[in-house]
Design a protein around this ligand. Structure first.
Ligand code: 5AD
Ligand code: SF4
Length: 467
């Protein structure tokens, strides 16, 4: 099925620089889904007469794509809006247009509250309605303050991808591609089921079409995105049920698509087909982000994760049997309500057992409206801070050990961007490490075999391998 997307007329009046194009500055907070969404908003605005700018000073429109996952992330939005209000005043005094839009999960969760707390905001738009952004801006220009946070997810997926007249712009040699949104898992600490809504998978044909367009535009690596990406499901042309593993086998057939990744997964949805894909597909990179959150069964239960620490460890074993060189990454929360010293030690233990190549760890942050917010025994801030420090020290040590193990090895690197010095390019290893390569005569987009010669604080150093 192809969908035609309504292309709104670009603004006809000329701006002060003589063109009829305006400029949008997009600031993205939070996860990769937001990065992907900002790209799609930029595509929608491009068709509406806006070019993207990196310079706030020349923007006619500022969009903040927000994150609501932890309290700090949400509060940042309001301090940013305070600064933008002052800019808007100054611009308006010069008779220049300056519009402010708030998008993303804070927009979804707080809606009206944003207009109340930040009167300079013109448009509040939720993650499911980005395709209606041009229309919302039009309404805002005629003086209305617009809130559009309806759940219309099928709509968004029908409108934003590059089918019919719309175009998807490849912005480099790697790209995100959202295949699934929302979550039905309801972990008791998490706002996602409320801000992004119920789980929805994009249809196979739409995904294959978008992947093909990205590859046509020069993309060599695609990371499939979803809040719960391995819950993706669909049907093939013959009406057979498919899961994420099947989707990966299908995408691996696209000529020129050299690398595939996916994130973020839930342990409960790591099915045998997906594990087989890790065994069979050369294009599927040996890297898996599989959050466990805690190593304590008591806390896992209170978090409603619906698996034990042992289930997780055995699952990792099965995945490593299928793909021995796979690197595991994870997310952890310390200080969930009721977490004792013994529970925290269980988290340290599971980290020792699994050995992570990379990880993210956070202090529990109470999110209003989630079941965790009503739990007794909230852990004091100083205890959370102390636990986080210990956990992060261990995770960083493991990350460094993993990097050290790479020294002397030959690995394939996809070159993504210029390095700081002449003749250097920066790429990614199969395990998602940043690799600085002395790469004269090579080009961005090349996949090159290099020998890792050393490690830097956040990257590996390499030279092209001699055959
Ligand atoms: N407090 C702290 N961390 C959280 N995360 C999600 N919700 C919270 C919260 N309320 C973390 C989880 C998740 C990651 C994206 O953010 O570890 O996997
Ligand atoms: Fe949030 Fe992930 Fe749990 Fe869903 S599975 S509720 S997105 S932490």
């Amino acid at each position: 099925m192809t969908q035609d997307i309504t292309v709104l007329d670009a603004p006809k009046e000329l701006l002060r620089d003589g063109s009829n194009r305006r400029k949008v500055f997009i600031k993205t907070y939070g996860c990769q889904m937001n990065v992907y969404d900002s790209g799609r908003m930029s595509d929608a605005l491009d068709r509406d007469g806006y070019d993207q700018t990196e310079d706030l000073g020349e923007a006619d429109l500022v969009l903040i794509n927000t994150c609501h996952i932890r309290e700090k992330a949400a509060e940042k939005v309001y301090s940013q809006l305070g600064r933008l209000r002052d800019m808007k005043k100054a611009r308006e005094a010069e008779g220049r247009e300056f519009m402010i839009g708030v998008a993303g999960c804070v927009a979804q969760a707080e809606g009206e509250e944003i207009l109340r707390r930040a009167p300079a905001v013109d448009v509040v738009i939720g993650p499911q309605t980005y395709h209606r952004l041009p229309e919302a801006l039009k309404r805002a220009k005629s003086g209305e303050r617009v809130i559009d946070t309806e759940y219309a997810i099928e709509d968004k997926f029908e409108h934003l991808p590059a089918t019919g007249k719309a175009t998807i712009r490849a912005r480099g040699v790697t790209s995100f591609l959202t295949v699934q949104e929302g979550c039905d898992k309801f972990c008791t600490f998490c706002v996602v089921p409320y801000t992004r809504g119920a789980e929805v998978s994009r249809p196979l044909a739409q995904i294959v079409d978008e992947a093909q367009k990205l590859v046509d535009g020069g993309v060599r690596e695609i990371t499939l995105l979803g809040q719960n990406v391995n819950a993706w499901h669909g049907v093939d042309g013959a009406g057979r049920e498919m899961t994420l593993g099947d989707l990966l086998y299908r995408l691996a057939e696209i000529p020129g698509l050299a690398r595939l990744r996916y994130t973020t997964s839930h342990p409960r949805d790591m099915d045998d087909r997906l594990i087989a894909a890790h065994r069979d597909l050369r294009a599927l990179m040996p890297y898996l982000h599989l959050p466990v959150q805690s190593g304590s069964d008591r806390i896992l239960k209170a978090m409603n994760r619906r698996h034990t620490a042992d289930d997780y460890v055995r699952l990792i074993g099965k995945i490593r049997d299928a793909r021995p060189d796979i690197a595991i990454s994870g997310d952890f929360i310390v200080g969930f309500p009721g977490e004792t010293d013994a529970d925290f030690e269980d988290t340290m233990k599971i980290v020792e057992t699994v050995r992570y190549a990379q990880a993210y760890s956070f202090k529990y942050s109470t999110r209003p409206g989630t079941p965790g917010a009503d739990l007794k025994d909230q852990v004091p801030e100083d205890v959370k801070a102390e636990r986080l420090e210990r956990l992060q020290a261990l995770l960083i040590r493991q990350q460094h050990e993993f990097a050290e193990e790479c020294v002397g090895r030959e690995v394939d690197v996809l070159l993504e961007k210029p390095g700081r010095y002449d003749g250097q390019l920066i790429g990614r290893s199969p395990w998602l490490q940043s690799v600085i390569v002395d790469a004269k005569a090579l080009q961005i987009g090349d996949i090159v075999k290099v020998r890792i010669t050393g490690t830097g604080p956040n990257s590996l150093i390499a030279e092209v391998a001699q055959n």
